[in-house]
Design a protein around this ligand. Structure first.
Ligand code: MP5
Length: 213
């Protein structure tokens, strides 16, 4: 079994809840309320801004040129992605400086902290987040067509280029863990799966910092 297969197998139940999440389903069948997608644009833009800084750190820790090639490819793809978010936010009149919700702040901060636990743990976090986004948007793509208002985003994470990148990340993870992710990697992957699910929950429900005292 590959490292990716070991990690996925251990988290299959939660993984299936990501791809069947009500936000993902509604984006696929065209019933997603406008405010929900607006929320996602602002929250995910925040996540990607933080994720780019995380990727930069991971690139610095990479053990060799083949690893740096894969990570540098991912880093390069983020600029056009951020431009897509900026255009969408401008079209929708959204404020990208809005405060992220607690779950998003926590997830983004977790990604940025992960490289402190070493390259293998950081790469596990990267692979988990990218595979989760690929699978979620591939589930949207399976139902929604090119005429979906979300097509640019759907294609960004479910197209061939991104699928190849995720495959390369899985192969790199297999190499650096010798096919057997250690306890720290397994824990990092489980956290990412839970945080992905909570991210969709938060964006769908409109989580805020307000709380009952
Ligand atoms: C990604 C993302 C993928 N944009 N948002 C979440 C919540 N998880 C994963 O990262 P990228 O950099 O957009 O490929």
């Amino acid at each position: 079994m590959t490292a990716a297969a070991v990690l996925m197998d251990a988290n299959r139940d939660l993984w299936d809840r990501i791809t069947a999440h009500p936000f993902v389903r509604a984006a696929a069948d065209g019933t997603l309320p406008r405010e929900a997608f607006d929320r996602w644009v602002v929250e995910d833009h925040y996540f990607v801004v933080g994720f780019r800084r995380f990727l930069g750190r991971l690139l610095e820790l990479a053990p060799d040129e083949p690893a740096r090639d894969v990570l540098a490819g991912g880093l390069a793809a983020i600029t056009p992605e951020l431009e897509l978010f900026r255009r969408e936010a401008a079209d929708r009149g959204l404020d990208l400086d809005a405060e992220p919700c607690p779950t998003n702040l926590g997830y983004t901060a977790y990604c940025q902290a992960a490289p402190a636990d070493g390259f293998a743990v950081g790469l596990t976090v990267l692979y988990g987040a990218e595979q989760a986004y690929h699978d979620a948007w591939a589930a949207v793509r399976a139902e929604a067509g090119e005429r979906s208002p979300y097509w640019a985003f759907i294609d960004n994470w479910s197209g061939q280029a991104f699928a190849d990148y995720v495959t390369d990340l899985a192969a790199l993870l297999d190499r650096v863990t010798s096919g057997a992710p250690d306890a720290a990697c397994r824990r990092a992957f489980s956290r990412v799966v839970s945080l992905e699910l909570r991210f969709w929950d938060a964006v769908h429900a409109g989580e805020t910092w307000e709380r009952d005292r």
